[in-house]
Design a protein around this ligand. Structure first.
Ligand code: GDP
Ligand code: MG
Length: 177
């Protein structure tokens, strides 16, 4: 703690979860580095990026964790979730099965978290509207039913990516301050 009266520091852990290939790694690389990879390969092991934003004149840092391929083997460990104050639950709007699995991810998140977690349901790949398998309304309805924020994003064309992360980070900030 800051017994010497220095500026307060905020560092929040945020996790990204969801089925393989829904675009989790690209959402993070778009947000943290403004990069997108058409053929991103899964690397094994946990990775995170730290990103800062300004809220009420305070520097708030988010340490954003990416499963880095573990989800392929259903091997996302409790260490991954530990200490998370925010989560992005991602599905692919062009692959219905990834939406149907959101419930499983939500359950896993709830099992592993011992605090209030700010949650955003993310329908990624909204640039693929022509092959959409999940209507926007269904995403919205699920999010409402489970008290999550909701946003459709595209890591490819950057639609709503920054907004999605920032809503979660602002919500965490307002939960703790
Ligand atoms: P992850 O397994 O959830 O981390 O998914 P990746 O980020 O590795 O992305 C899986 C594949 O989907 C890659 O070929 C990406 O290029 C592609 N992808 C990711 N985000 C988008 C998006 O918003 N739109 C489109 N069209 N493709 C995307
Ligand atoms: Mg990945």
């Amino acid at each position: 703690d800051d017994s010497e009266g220095e500026a307060e520091e905020y560092l929040f852990k945020v996790v990204i979860i969801g089925d393989s290939a829904v675009g989790k790694s690209n959402l993070l690389s778009r947000y943290a580095r403004n990069e997108f990879n058409l053929h991103s390969k899964a690397t094994i092991g946990v990775e995170f990026q730290t990103q800062s934003m300004d809220i009420d004149g305070k520097e708030v840092k988010a340490q954003i964790w990416d499963t880095a391929g573990q989800e392929r083997f259903r091997a996302v460990t409790s260490a991954y979730y530990r200490g998370a104050f925010g989560a992005l639950l991602v599905y692919d709007i062009s692959r219905r099965s990834t939406f149907e699995n959101v419930g499983r991810w939500l359950q896993e998140l709830n099992t592993h978290s011992d605090t209030t977690v700010a949650k955003m349901l993310v329908g990624n790949k909204c640039d693929l509207d022509n092959i959409r398998e999940v209507p926007v309304e269904e995403g919205k309805a699920l999010a409402e039913a489970e008290s999550m924020f909701f946003m459709e994003t595209s890591a490819l064309d950057a639609t709503n990516v920054e907004t999605a992360f920032e809503i979660v980070i602002k919500e965490i900030y307002s939960n703790v301050s």
